[in-house]
Design a protein around this ligand. Structure first.
Ligand SMILES: *Cc1c(COP(=O)(O)O)cnc(C)c1O
Length: 369
C-alpha cells in the first residue's frame, strides 16, 4: 500500500528514542504494576480533562463495564445508545445483564437526540452517547433529556479524548466516561490501555478498588470482590511520552481534515463530516475521517487498486446487524449510513501530498463514471 489506512509501526517510530529510553528506565526499575507512572498519568489526564478522578484500567471496555456495574446497572435495566458503535459499547452493557436499546443517529453520525424519548421505558436507567470519530454529541440536549427521564449519563468517549463541546471535554458531561488508548486511537499506547473519568468520589473509589481485586493501598486488605483490570505501568509510561505530543497530534489531524475538506467538497457524490471550526460548539479531533460515498464498494476497491487503504467502520455493520448477536430491530437511517460509510486514512503518518493524492483519486473515480 502506498498509503495504508493505518500504520501501526508509526505509533512507535514517531517517538522511538524516547519510548526506548522509557522502556529501559521502567524495566530496569522493575516498575511493572501500579507504580508511579500510572499515578502520574492519571493526574495529568485529570488536569487536562478538568475532572476530579481518572482511574487507569486495562482497556476502555473494562472501564465501561466497571462504571455500569459500579452504578448498580444489571439484569432488567435498559441502556439507550446508538448502534453505530464498536461492539464493545454493547458488550459492556450485556455483560452486566442489562439490555441495550438502540436509537438512531443523525447527520453527523452521532446519537440523534430526537430519537431517544420514545424509546424510554420504566426500565431505562442509563443514556450512553457514543462520542464517535473525535466529535462530541449535543450534550446540552442529551443531558436535559436524561434529567427529564431520570437517566444516568455514561459516555462512551473511547474515541473522544481532546474533543470538546462548548469548551468542555468529551467524557466529562455525565456521571462517568471512558477513554481508550488502543494503539490506533488518537492517544495510542503500545498495547491495550484505558481510563475511567468521573467527578463522583464514591464511584471513583469503587472502581479503583475493583480494578485491582477489590483492594486499595499497600496493605492488601480486600474491601470487596473485584477483578484484575489495572493499567499496565509500562503503558502508562509510554502514554506520558505520547501525551507530550498530544496537542500537536490533534492540530495535525485538524489540518488534514481541512485539507480533505478543500480537496473533496466539490465532489457531489460524497457527504463529508463537519469540517473543523464549522461552528462554535464543536472542537473535533478527527479520530476518524468518515465520509458517505455513492457506490462506496466500487470506490473502495478502486482506491485499494491504486494503493490507498480505507476501512469500513466496524467491518461494515452496525451492532444490531450482526446476526449472531440476535437483535431483530431495524434502524433505517443507521443502516443507510453504514451502507455508504467509508473511513479514509486519517493519522499523523500522512503527508499533505498523501491527502491530495487520495482526493485526486476520488475525484477521478467519480469523473470516469
Ligand atoms: C475503541 C473503542 C472501544 C473499546 O476500547 P478498548 O480500549 O479497545 O477496550 C469502545 N468504544 C468505542 C466507540 C471504541 O472506538
Amino acid at each position: 500500500m502506498k498509503i495504508p489506512f493505518f500504520c501501526y509501526p508509526h505509533v512507535f517510530e514517531i517517538q522511538k528514542q524516547a519510548l526506548l529510553e522509557t522502556f529501559a528506565d521502567v524495566a530496569s526499575r522493575g516498575a511493572f504494576i501500579l507504580q508511579e507512572e500510572v499515578r502520574t498519568f492519571e493526574e495529568r489526564l485529570a488536569a487536562y480533562c478538568g475532572v476530579r478522578h481518572v482511574i487507569g484500567v486495562g482497556n476502555a471496555t473494562d472501564g465501561l463495564e466497571l462504571i455500569l456495574s459500579g452504578l448498580g446497572i444489571g439484569t432488567g435495566d435498559e441502556v439507550i445508545l446508538p448502534s453505530h458503535t464498536f461492539v464493545a459499547s454493547v458488550g459492556a452493557i450485556t455483560s452486566t445483564g442489562a439490555h441495550p436499546v438502540f436509537a438512531e443517529i443523525g447527520a453527523d453520525h452521532l446519537l440523534d437526540e430526537t430519537d431517544i424519548e420514545h424509546r424510554v421505558t420504566d426500565r431505562s436507567r442509563v443514556l450512553m452517547p457514543v462520542q464517535l470519530n473525535g466529535r462530541t454529541c449535543q450534550m446540552d440536549e442529551l443531558n436535559s433529556i436524561a434529567a427529564a427521564h431520570d437517566l444516568i449519563v455514561v459516555e462512551d468517549s473511547a474515541q473522544g479524548l481532546g474533543s470538546r463541546f462548548r469548551g468542555r471535554m468529551c467524557g466529562t458531561f455525565g456521571t462517568a466516561g471512558i477513554y481508550s488508548f488502543y494503539p490506533a486511537k488518537i492517544l495510542g499506547a503500545l498495547g491495550d490501555a484505558g481510563a475511567v473519568v468521573t467527578n463522583d468520589d464514591a464511584l471513583a473509589q469503587d472502581i479503583r478498588e475493583r480494578r485491582d481485586h477489590g483492594r486499595t493501598g499497600p496493605t492488601g486488605e480486600v474491601h470487596q470482590w473485584g477483578r484484575n483490570s489495572r493499567m499496565d505501568n509500562l503503558q502508562a509510561a509510554f502514554l506520558l511520552v505520547k501525551f507530550e505530543a498530544f496537542a500537536s497530534e490533534i492540530a495535525r489531524r485538524r489540518t488534514l481534515a481541512a485539507r480533505y475538506q478543500d480537496g473533496l467538497e466539490h465532489v457531489e457524490q460524497l457527504v463529508l463530516p463537519p469540517p473543523p471550526k464549522v461552528d462554535e460548539d464543536h472542537f473535533d479531533t478527527f479520530q476518524n475521517y468518515e465520509v458517505e460515498a455513492e457506490e462506496r464498494d466500487e470506490l473502495r476497491s478502486f482506491l485499494h487498486d491504486q494503493g490507498v487503504g480505507t476501512a469500513l467502520a466496524w467491518g461494515g455493520k452496525a451492532v444490531h446487524q450482526f446476526e449472531a448477536l440476535g437483535f431483530s430491530l431495524q434502524l433505517p437511517r443507521t443502516e443507510q449510513i453504514l451502507r455508504r460509510s467509508l473511513l479514509l486514512p486519517m493519522n499523523t503518518s500522512l503527508a499533505d501530498d498523501d491527502v491530495d493524492l487520495v482526493c485526486d483519486l476520488i475525484a477521478r473515480f467519480y469523473a470516469s463514471e
